[in-house]
Design a protein around this ligand. Structure first.
Ligand code: ADP
Length: 257
């Protein structure tokens, strides 16, 4: 069996599409309690864009993100990330693929409390057995851009919520994954910290060519994105490119602008 610690990065086949889904369905339960969380989603997310996934509570946003990220298995349909069909990977290969090509930012930051900011940022790279030297330049750039240079020796409890989320973003971006999934990344932040985090995510797309997919229910947060996917009742109702706020509000209200 291949060790997760030492295996080289799994290759990716296609850089043009960061993620795509065809006929994606996900049901939970059965019989009387059957819930169709996703009902035939077709979606292409190009590389180098910042996409927000929006929709009412229960519309399937989290389920879609988890299926695209290989954290949840769809009931039907296909998902590819960077050209790699996820259904063709067994559990070990999927874990390695996520480790090598997918970054995550969560609402609750998910930092390890006993490690410093710097140790938290390096952790996934070290778990993958990668030499720090390969990533040192990017580390310095990301840490400086996120304003974390003076905070590297602090533990999460000694950092504000906004600083903790910036550490989590630095951790997600360090290995330049094919795609970063951010699940309500500003859900626990005040408006100033939210604006900082969203500006940085947008900047990582513009300046580092990062692909970011963010689930959010906040129109203001989605305003930082290039594209917005609107879900209703498990289906994509709109896929808007550079929408105006009016277009976005109309789409969320179930109208065309
Ligand atoms: P959103 O993120 O837009 O709020 P979700 O993807 O969490 O929506 O949920 C979509 C639907 O699937 C909802 O009806 C929800 O109750 C249902 N659902 C989600 N996860 C589960 C689960 N583990 N078991 C049963 N139903 C679930």
């Amino acid at each position: 069996m291949t060790s997760l610690q030492t295996s080289p990065p799994t290759p990716v086949a296609d850089a043009a599409l960061a993620a795509s889904a065809r006929g994606l369905t996900r049901t939970y339960g059965r019989g009387d309690t059957l819930v169709s969380a996703l009902r035939g989603v077709d979606l292409d997310l190009p590389t180098g864009r910042f996409t927000a996934i929006m929709g009412p509570s229960g519309s399937g946003k989290s389920t879609l993100m988890h299926c695209l990220a290989g954290l949840d298995q769809p009931t039907g349909g296909t998902v590819s990330v960077a050209g790699q069909p996820l259904e063709s990977l067994d559990d070990d290969a999927l874990t390695r693929f996520r480790r090598d090509h997918v970054g995550f930012v969560f609402q609750a930051f998910n930092l390890l409390p006993m490690l410093t900011a710097e140790q938290n940022i390096w952790l996934p790279t070290e778990l993958a057995g990668r030499p720090r030297a390969d990533h040192r330049g990017r580390f310095d750039h990301i840490v400086a851009t996120l304003g974390l240079t003076d905070r590297l020796t602090h533990r999460p409890a000694e950092l504000s919520g906004g600083q903790q989320q910036r550490v989590a973003i630095a951790r997600a971006l360090l290995t330049a994954p094919a795609i970063v999934f951010a699940d309500e990344p500003t859900g626990n932040l005040d408006s100033t910290s939210s604006a900082e985090v969203l500006s940085f995510l947008r900047g990582s797309v513009r300046e580092l060519g990062q692909t970011v997919v963010m689930v959010t229910h906040e129109v203001d947060a989605a305003g930082y994105a290039d594209d917005v996917v609107v879900l209703a009742d498990g289906q994509v109702t709109h896929h808007l490119h550079d929408p105006s706020r009016a277009d976005l509000v109309a789409a969320l209200a179930g109208r065309s602008a």
